[in-house]
Design a protein around this ligand. Sequence first.
Ligand SMILES: N[C@@H](CCC(=O)N[C@@H](CS)C(=O)NCC(=O)O)C(=O)O
Length: 205
Amino acid sequence: MRLYHHPQSTNARRAVMTAVQLGTPVELVMIDFAKGEHRQPQFLKLNPNHKVPVLDDDGFVLWESQAIMQYLCDLTPGQRLYPGAIRARADVNRWLFWSAQHFGPAVAILNWEHWVKGRLGLGGADPDEVKRGEALVREFAAILDTHLAGREWICAGGLSLADLSLGACLTYTERSHLPLGGFGHLGRWLAQVQTLEAWKTTEPA
Ligand SMILES: N[C@@H](CCC(=O)N[C@@H](CS)C(=O)NCC(=O)O)C(=O)O
């Protein structure tokens, strides 16, 4: 099974973290953005969206990080990251959609403004965008923080895909100046995510 990724991609990271946590052997194939490999015809055949991650399981090609996480779990008998019971699974799904739809995009504004843009030679941070990103991150972080009060992990039943997905969004807390001060429950939870082998072995250089 091949997993196309980039070591600095937080979207790819959540898929790689899932494989590590499950103990699923995957061959990691790096797509070099600097060389434009994501826009080459052979990669576009795998993912016309020119994005990582992409999973290729013996010719079955899957893109979208949350879908890859779910697929890897579904292939793994006895796994506990993605429960089978309907309500427990729905709860994990809720946070995965929230991660993809709300939390991730809010954090991505600050990743882009504070360092990705500069690295691509596209200039410095736009103060209005930074303000917008900070307001959104604060709004969503407050929701996660309140939810985590008195909870060890995001979903009942222990560590789940929800923790890996949302944890991966928070890869660049310092570099992206994420305004997370004052969210104590979130901070405690993130510190716990950071102790996972799956986190440590996927940390970008
Ligand atoms: N919704 C997608 C987002 C994937 C995504 O945006 N990947 C970025 C890296 S973090 C990418 O490959 N960007 C290259 C591009 O858009 O050209 C997912 O969750 O897999």
